[in-house]
Design a binder for this molecule. Structure first.
Ligand SMILES: NC(=O)c1ccc[n+]([C@@H]2O[C@H](COP(=O)([O-])OP(=O)(O)OC[C@H]3O[C@@H](n4cnc5c(N)ncnc54)[C@H](O)[C@@H]3O)[C@@H](O)[C@H]2O)c1
Length: 391
């Protein structure tokens, strides 16, 4: 079986998720499209790099990403660093002929995203694969929703409503990590989590054409965290910590019009007490409705208009072997998959793309389109007007 040597850059939260994906992929998907070999891990913090080598089972570690990109034995690069470094690493890796899975958002600025897309398009001519890690569209229940839309079971699409609500930064003592610094993250909630539901909305409804938005920053300053991994609010810094102004958004609310005439709305916040990873997607069509909530990710709720009046209502479909990726996970609906299996499904699609030479559905063009929507959302929050997404 073909072997692919993996170089991982950034060994924090997503570094761990990618390793779980690579390691578990052949265990779930067999025969695997190719065997990933954990070759070299890089983190700018030496202790994190050393620990990742030992803990995840890499053969080597380093602290300079160029050592990964310039290593002729590396076939595949996972980019799991904060957003401002994605473009430099991805462009260098693509030019060195490496296949890439890059975490989302694709970049910290639209200019960088466009440069990445252009480089990926050129590299694709030589069979190089580029993928953005928008894994949520691969949840089997959402792939089932897409099937219902594509086969016409929902009829004409009327409205797509998405939310991504979390609470981990609602406490003002949650540190000002890289996620709250515009120069590193590019944006706050918008790039961090709204981007995921923008991707889902475009996956289900096609390209978004226009937006009108409001963006709010509720917590104006936070205690500073110097470098290291972002612990996502699980650590609070005391009143003695140095404080710094926050220059990114906490919450975004916007209406969208799709190119095909469907309308919808997207809301995202990291300040909603009681909401954890509350990604909801509700699609209304002339023939029915589907509803999905990531906190119950193995379920899709469906209501069909054609059911008789006295029994019309939502029913719950538990995803399993009859559904997408179900043959590879667990054989009884209700045994359930979680975040680790989802990142494994994503890694399967990535390695399969390398093996077949077909670009994945979340390629850099798609990642860049999300960035273009984010750009229009930011612009609209300044102009208070509908703004077109510029292609
Ligand atoms: N797909 C998802 O659902 C999802 C979830 C969380 C984060 N992300 C994305 O993944 C990326 C990383 O986020 P995270 O939560 O893993 O962050 P993190 O803070 O947990 O980890 C980032 C790691 O990168 C290292 N690092 C920083 N700059 C580096 C450089 N130049 N070279 C090498 N290592 C460097 C840091 O030391 C740290 O260990 C971000 O783009 C983020 O938006 C995606």
């Amino acid at each position: 079986m073909r072997k692919l040597n993996v170089g991982l850059i950034g060994a924090g939260f997503m570094g761990k998720a990618h390793v779980i994906g690579y390691s578990n992929m052949p265990k779930l998907f067999w025969p695997a499209p190719a065997m990933p070999i954990l070759k070299k891990v890089c983190d700018i913090v030496p202790e994190i790099a050393e620990e990742a080598k030992e803990r995840f089972g890499f053969e080597q570690c380093c602290t300079d990403w160029k050592e990964v990109v310039n290593d002729p034995t590396i076939d595949v690069v996972s980019i799991c660093t904060p957003n401002d470094s994605h473009a430099e690493i991805a462009i260098a890796a693509l030019e060195a002929g490496k296949h890439i899975i890059c975490e989302k958002p694709i970049a910290a600025t639209l200019e960088d995203a466009e440069r990445m897309e252009a480089t990926a398009v050129k590299a694709a001519e030589n069979g190089i694969i580029s993928m953005n890690a928008y894994q949520y569209r691969r949840v089997p229940a959402l792939v089932l929703a897409k099937k219902f839309i594509d086969e016409g079971s929902l009829g004409e699409l009327l409205n797509i409503r998405c939310t991504y609500l979390q609470s981990w930064s609602a406490d003002p003592n949650s540190p000002l990590s890289w996620r709250f610094q515009k120069k590193i993250a590019g944006a706050g909630t918008l790039g961090d989590i709204a981007s995921h539901v923008i991707d889902i909305a475009q996956y289900l409804g096609g390209d978004i054409d226009e937006v009108v938005s409001m963006m709010k920053t509720y917590i104006k300053e936070r205690p500073v965290q110097e470098g290291g991994v972002d612990l996502l609010g699980t650590v609070k810094l005391g009143s003695d910590a140095k404080r710094q102004a926050v220059d990114v958004d906490d919450e975004d609310t916007f209406l969208v019009k799709f190119k095909n005439g469907t309308v919808g709305s997207i809301e995202a916040t990291r300040n909603a007490w009681g909401r954890n990873n509350y990604i909801t997607v509700e699609v209304h069509g002339t023939e029915g409705t589907v509803f999905f909530n990531y906190e119950r990710l193995n379920e899709l709720q469906v209501c069909w208009a054609k059911d008789p009046d006295d029994r019309r209502g939502f029913k719950t479909i538990y995803t399993g072997p009859a559904h997408f990726y179900g043959e590879a996970t667990w054989n009884i609906p209700g045994m359930n998959i979680g975040y680790g299996e989802l990142k494994t499904i994503e890694m399967y699609d990535f390695i399969k793309a390398i093996a077949t030479g077909e670009q994945p559905s979340t390629n850099f063009k798609v990642g860049c389109r999300v960035e273009k929507v984010c750009h229009a959302v930011e612009k609209s929050s300044e102009t208070n007007k509908w703004e077109k997404v510029i292609d």
